[in-house]
Design a protein around this ligand. Structure first.
Ligand code: ADP
Ligand code: AMP
Length: 216
């Protein structure tokens, strides 16, 4: 199955993606996670991405499209994939159309997780992520079993440097102006399931299952 997961920052994309991909056995391709990995390794791409990410801006399309294109060519994507957080601009969506056409494949569904803006700030300021495996928690809504430690690998949990109040506000403006039109782009192709993200994690997962016709 070939899926896109879109929605504002904090909607729950990463949380749902991890569960969907485990169940379906497809790779989870998160451009944000790929940039964070490149930043941690200090690669050229990582250094370039860092200034944009920490300013709450989008990384330029040419850099982003390149890493996605390379990733989609890898053999584990041949049976399906879930793209999380890409495309984030209509230009990226148009390039993705071209890549898929070249590969002779089509998207099955675009899953749009929706969350009112007033809920986003508390989701993101309470988010904690594992320094090692990237698992995501929330201090209130999805706390780890042991405070500050990952359930999966017991590594330390941290707050992302772009999850501060000021940066989140900038990310929301960018979302409204640049990413929301991506949903309209796919609505015109009748590919989108609109899912209410303001529900418990398990309920959102059920709605995703209904959207793709699979028991998750
Ligand atoms: P995104 O990938 O869309 O930015 P995340 O999956 O990282 O969002 O979720 C943002 C924060 O909200 C995390 O701290 C996560 O644990 C929490 N969260 C995710 N889904 C829900 C939900 N349905 N209800 C409450 N909190 C949630
Ligand atoms: P995320 O982990 O999805 O919240 O992404 C974190 C940050 O990485 C975003 O705020 C952007 O700065 C950058 N980023 C992730 N995906 C993209 C994309 N498709 N286009 C441009 N920038 C991106």
């Amino acid at each position: 199955m070939r899926l896109l997961l879109v929605g504002p920052p904090g909607a729950g994309k990463g949380t749902q993606a991890a569960m969907i991909c485990t169940k379906l056995g497809i790779p989870h391709i998160s451009t944000g996670a790929m940039f964070r990995e490149a930043m941690a390794k200090g690669t050229k791409q990582g250094q370039k991405a860092k200034e944009y990410i920490e300013a709450g801006q989008l990384v330029p399309d040419d850099v982003t499209v390149e890493i996605v294109k390379e990733r989609l060519m890898e053999s584990d994507c041949s049976q399906g994939f879930l793209l999380d957080g890409f495309p984030r601009t209509v230009a990226q969506a148009q390039v993705l159309d071209g890549i898929l056409e070249e590969l002779g494949i089509k998207l099955d569904k675009v899953i749009s997780i929706e969350l009112p803006e007033e809920k986003i700030l508390e989701r993101l300021t309470g988010r904690r992520v594992c320094t090692k495996c990237g698992a995501t928690y929330h201090t209130q809504y999805n706390p780890p079993l042991q405070e500050g430690k990952c359930n999966e690998c017991q590594s330390d949990l941290i707050q992302r440097s772009d999850d501060t109040e000021a940066t989140v506000k900038r990310r929301l403006v960018v979302y409204r102006e640049e990413t929301a039109p991506v949903i309209t782009f796919y609505d015109k192709k009748e590919l989108v399931c609109h899912i209410d993200g303001d529900k418990p994690i398990s309920q959102v997962l059920n709605s995703v299952g209904q959207c793709i016709g699979r028991d998750l």
